[in-house]
Design a protein around this ligand. Structure first.
Ligand SMILES: Cc1cc2nc3c(=O)[nH]c(=O)nc-3n(C[C@H](O)[C@H](O)[C@H](O)COP(=O)(O)O)c2cc1C
Ligand SMILES: Cc1ncc(COP(=O)(O)O)c(C=O)c1O
Length: 206
């Protein structure tokens, strides 16, 4: 029996947000790079999925927050269909968490606060980037970066109107812990409405 196999099974009497906190905390202690990295799935109006990595920048009982360009592919897809799936996978911990739910915009004040906390260079980069749109030549982006640096040489670079955050309010949270021979431990929490404080929980076959 390996270490992760001797770990206790996921406790179905737990609150899913508490398990999330405990697993993220464990990842923060052991993952060398971006323990807050997750994958975000959105879909096109035709129902075709699209997927990319992003960083979790806040979470509480209201949901899971990330920041991006609103006119990026993901931003445009979320404007059309405000539902998303998130996936955390911590390879060395052999754990996975799936989250699904409705997506809403964070407030302007929340986005301003987060934007102001970023490194100046990252703020300039965001101002200069038409994220996900064609770039004919890298030199064009570099020129836009220089121009933004000059424009904001004496002031704080402001958050662009098209750069903000989204909050995924979970209707589903599934926890997966590897066990030997693919005999994994899975448990899923669901609720019918995002305001509902009561979750249904069930174990799933691996
Ligand atoms: C580990 C990692 C974290 C990332 N975090 C973000 C993020 O928080 N926000 C963001 O806009 N892009 C982030 N990116 C870049 C996205 O994966 C993606 O390339 C970009 O957002 C454009 O995606 P889209 O064209 O689907 O909108 C990250 C990439 C990696 C590999
Ligand atoms: C384009 C882009 N925007 C935003 C982020 C979020 O991270 P941070 O706000 O720490 O730069 C990332 C992280 O990789 C990113 O690549």
């Amino acid at each position: 029996m390996s270490d992760h196999d001797s770990a206790p099974l996921i406790d179905l009497s737990s609150d899913p947000f508490s398990i999330f906190d405990a697993w993220l905390h464990a990842a923060e202690k052991s993952e060398p790079n971006d323990p807050n990295a997750m994958y975000l799935a959105t879909s096109t109006p035709q129902g075709r999925p699209s997927l990319r990595a992003i960083l979790l920048k806040g979470h509480d009982r209201h949901g899971f927050v990330f920041y991006t360009n609103l006119e990026s592919r993901k931003g445009r897809e979320l404007a059309e269909n405000p539902y998303a799936a998130l996936l955390f996978h911590w390879k060395s911990l052999r754990r996975q968490i799936r989250i699904e739910g409705h997506v809403s915009a964070v407030s302007a004040a929340e986005a301003d606060r987060y934007f102001a906390s970023r490194r100046r260079e990252s703020r300039i980069g965001a101002i200069a980037s038409d994220q996900s749109r064609p770039l004919a030549d890298r030199a064009i982006y570099e020129k836009r970066i220089k121009d933004a640096e000059a424009l904001y040489a004496a002031t704080e670079p402001p958050r662009p109107d098209n750069w903000s955050g989204f909050r995924v309010n979970p209707a589903l949270m599934e926890f997966w812990q590897d066990r030997d021979f693919r005999m994994h431990d899975r448990a899923v929490w669901t609720r019918s409405s995002p305001q509902d404080e009561t979750w249904s929980v069930t174990r799933l076959y691996p």
